[in-house]
Ligand binder design. Sequence first.
Ligand SMILES: [Zn+2]
Length: 296
Amino acid sequence: MLHNEFMELPFYLMFYLIVFFYGICIGSFLNVVIFRLPKNESLIKRSSHCMTCGTKIRARDNIPVLSWMLLKGKCRSCGEPISKRYPIVESLNCIIYLITVTVLDFSLQSILYCFFFSALLCIAFIDWDTMEMDLRLLLFIAVLAVPDLVLSVLALTVPELFQNLPHFVTDQSLSLSSHLIGLLCIALPFFLIGEISIPIIEKKFGERFRAIELGDTVLMACGGLLIGWKAVLVSAFFGIIIAGVCGMILKKRGGESKFAFGPYLAMGLFLGTLYGNQLFDWYIAWVTYDPYTMLA
Ligand SMILES: [Zn+2]
């Protein structure tokens, strides 16, 4: 954990500079994931090339964000515009990493959560583009849950060993029950709502689809397993509210009634992971607050 009062300013700046650098470089890789994963192309094989003329992009033109700005968003050889999405994804990922280490401090959990948010960023953009959720990205989130699952089992079975582990590892570790309830507490209702909605939707629209797709359900299962039940409850709450507001705006602009839920759930999961546990405890303290017992 970072204890600000003990930290020297140069060290502090250096730390944020490293996080900034990692955020922007991994963001650059996320562009490749968002573009190639839905097409089942290799993520490492071919080097980057212009989407219009196919010219290989040279190393000096491939610096995240900076190159795009220097080239004024245009390809060096054919002059056709390069999508704004590239620098946007890179900067977003970088900002997300900086926010995460600021809110959650530097721990094993915050590193895992950074990877989680990067996966969410890819899921959001791919779902927005294709209305589909990539199973490999969902699996990646489930794998991120493994280190803390192992830690939570250690805490139960050999507590002496767990207590002797460094603070960096144990500080934000969740209990095994928190992970397991997190796996089901949103995914199960989402699954049931989906099941019940199929005949209702078929009757009304003559089409067979779920009100909540299986992809969204698996996303909340994997996310819940990683961040625990309190955080995933708050995440679902935020996700549904954001989706409701954005859905109304999109509908007013003449969009379809069926729209990708993934981007909004991803935003909800981001907020829920950072603030869910505090918000949940704060809410419980508020609803159970009884002024009369305080007076007595
Ligand atoms: Zn070109």
